[in-house]
Ligand binder design. Sequence first.
Ligand SMILES: *Cc1c(COP(=O)(O)O)cnc(C)c1O
Ligand SMILES: [Zn+2]
Length: 415
Amino acid sequence: MAAMKKIKTLQCINCGRDHKLTEVKYTCASCGGNLQVIYDYNLIKKRLNYEVLKENHDLTLWRYMEILPLAGFKMIPPVQVGWTPLYKVERLGAAAGVPNLYIKDDGRNPSASFKDRASAVVIARARELKEKVITTASTGNAASSLACLTGSLDMKTVIFVPEIAPAPKVAQLLVFGAAVIMIKGAYDDAFDLCLKAAAEYGWYNRSTGINPFTREGKKTCAFEICEQMKWETPDKVFVSVGDGNIISGMWKGFVEFHRLGIIEKLPQLVAVQAEKSDAVKRAFESGGDIQPVSGETIADSISVSLPRDGMAAVMAIRDSKGFAVSVTDAEILSAIPEIARGSNVFAEPAAAATYAGLRKAAKEGKVKDSESVVLLISGNGLKDVQSAVKACGRPFHINPDMDELKKLVADNKLA
Ligand SMILES: *Cc1c(COP(=O)(O)O)cnc(C)c1O
Ligand SMILES: [Zn+2]
């Protein structure tokens, strides 16, 4: 496949070494660090700018094709990814003491999570490379997303997930026809085995961190937020963090729009982690390397012992002058009905963590009430109903009888 003129280099985040697009598939040839795609921004500026975007009626992530690592539209999956709604959420904002609060509802993607942005770009790239089998390790959502978006395509999908993945996510895998390998172990074990399998069988590996193109899909969410806020940058964006690929992707998006002259200001990014899955927070606050943690949390999508894009995540927090906050499982669970009742959006635990993090940060005076804040809702609540109901009341059970109903209404002051 011919080199793409718009791409200058794949640069190592760790040592800075440059690679040609055609000479490397995954990580740095010198140090094994994760790579990031550096474009020819002067060239792109001519094709992608404020005027062009204003006239573009493609309401999907493909409206940013000029700054994606793809030759064109030919190989993109056939369902709509991206351009998810951004809501101003007044009731939730009032509850948090942050009147200028927005929700970016990425649970509205085809497989009901943010991961579709990454899978869409990686699948298109894999098809341009004529890859036949695509694989990934995942806590659940990256896998459901890959399975969903390859569903009708002439491409085999092999999935490695930990056995504890929530049933709805596993159902998605099976429905879309992926080969599902459930690992008796954690996400980190699934990741390592997937890596070995890809090397052994020559499968194309979408796994987070090592694949330089997941971040490219993820950055499109930042582009959308800028456009949906009428080219104003929010002051802060709260992102839940496991591997650290979403937050580093979001940051890349804001930085690229800034570099293209499309926005004037950069936001601060706030990383929200579960208390025992907080390796990125620890590394950011100590200034040291990423060290493994237990990774235990009910929020399965951010349950990670050793973050696979941790260094890029730390850089995103630091460069954006943001901070990190950790929340308990109890805080995550109670955030689910709070978000639902304050915004009409049902979030899965990992996504709800952003609101728990906002509550905590606001209480500590780290968010001013004049600031505009976006919470990224990265996955839909139907992905993990079992956790959600733990935080809610129970339904009433009665016979189909008016007298019983009357008693119930009176007892519970329903009328
Ligand atoms: C994957 C995921 C995250 C975390 O993204 P990372 O790139 O691993 O930091 C957060 N929320 C949801 C719903 C996810 O699926
Ligand atoms: Zn390197």
